[in-house]
Write a protein that binds this ligand. Structure first.
Ligand code: AVI
Length: 323
């Protein structure tokens, strides 16, 4: 597989800066959810997707398997495919299979980690007539790189699956999609996965499972800060918490301090005091309505052309076309 790389800020410096600013703020302490995904965190997140209580990934896969051919009908013939955060690429297979029947196809998965790109290539390399060019980059820089490489008559079809868009802060989802739109030309398309609203109890069970798998995923963030930034978090003195925020319509994950305690993060020159019960907010997972997804399309310069909703677990894959 060819790999393209785009330059970025050194990852460790950015991590230290974000930890320092998130833990030293007055009021709600916060850590960006992207840091949940080091190697161990990514394995734990894979385990989350297998939980009976967490139907999101299975719903996404069912929709793509059932409707790949319908989706392909909306995509012009001369098109290349790019995916924001392909992960291991398993979900993408039916889409690539449906599109390659019309002729050779180029697929550009964009991932921050070279390990994820390598697994993606392993998973998909047996698909005939599809050439894979990995892009090791942040999403927008990678997409700009892909868009720049295409011929004048070539369309671009972008996949953003799995409801990763729901993990953006409130309002940041539309801002991000507007930036995606700016790299596209009219007639290009985007397939967007979004988890939908469902009963509160079901949502809380999905993010606070009885086996403690999601708790291990969340607590690993403190373990990562210990490993990479020389900190002394005692993971037994924090606990996982999931709650639904009615105002933002999001499930929030937090890590709650069980005691009054202080923690030192040496590489950030930082000592942080935690009161018993105080939390660090680590992730928001926004839950959309089908109508809200259509509004998101128009707020970001797209038109929603079609939407497929899973019957068992409310989840939508929606096809946006650049207006
Ligand atoms: C990646 N993302 C869509 C997942 C979600 O459901 O928001 C991450 C996750 N957090 C807890 N469980 C899974």
């Amino acid at each position: 597989m060819t790999i393209l790389k785009t330059p970025g800020i050194p990852a460790q410096k950015q991590f230290a800066d974000d930890v320092r600013s998130g833990l030293s703020r007055d009021g709600q302490k916060e850590l960006p959810s992207k840091y949940l995904y080091d190697n161990l965190g990514s394995v734990r997140r894979d385990h989350v997707t297998l939980l009976p209580e967490y139907g999101l990934t299975r719903a996404d896969e069912r929709l793509l398997q059932r409707h790949a051919r319908d989706i392909a009908q909306y995509i012009p013939h001369k098109t290349m495919v790019s995916e924001l955060g392909s992960g291991k690429g398993r979900k993408t297979r039916p889409i690539l299979n449906a599109l390659r029947t019309r002729g050779p196809l180029s697929y550009y998965p964009i991932e921050i980690s070279s390990a994820a790109l390598a697994s993606c290539e392993m998973e998909l390399r047996d698909i005939e007539s599809v050439s894979i060019v990995g892009v090791e980059s942040e999403y927008l820089a990678g997409l700009a790189e892909v868009a720049e490489r295409r011929a004048a008559d070539m369309h671009l079809f972008v996949l953003f699956l799995g409801s990763t868009i729901g993990n953006f802060d409130a309002g940041a989802d539309a801002r991000f999609l507007r930036e995606v739109r700016q790299t596209l030309r009219p007639g290009d398309s985007l397939l967007l996965g979004t988890d939908l609203l469902k009963p509160r109890e079901q949502l809380i069970d999905a993010y606070h499972d009885p086996r403690g798998v999601t708790a291990a995923f969340n607590l690993n963030l403190l373990g990562r800060i210990n490993r990479e930034l020389n900190a002394d978090f005692d993971l037994r003195r924090f606990e996982h918490l999931a709650r639904f925020n009615e105002t933002t319509q999001s499930v929030e994950m937090h890590l709650r301090s069980r005691h009054d305690q202080s923690v030192t993060v040496r590489n950030c020159d930082l000592t942080v005091a935690f009161a018993a019960g105080e939390t660090i907010w680590t992730e928001s997972s926004h839950k959309y309505s089908p109508q809200g997804v259509a509004e998101l399309a128009s707020a970001s310069g797209f038109t929603m052309q079609a939407q497929w909703i899973d019957e068992k677990w409310p989840f939508a894959n929606s096809l946006f076309v650049a207006a």
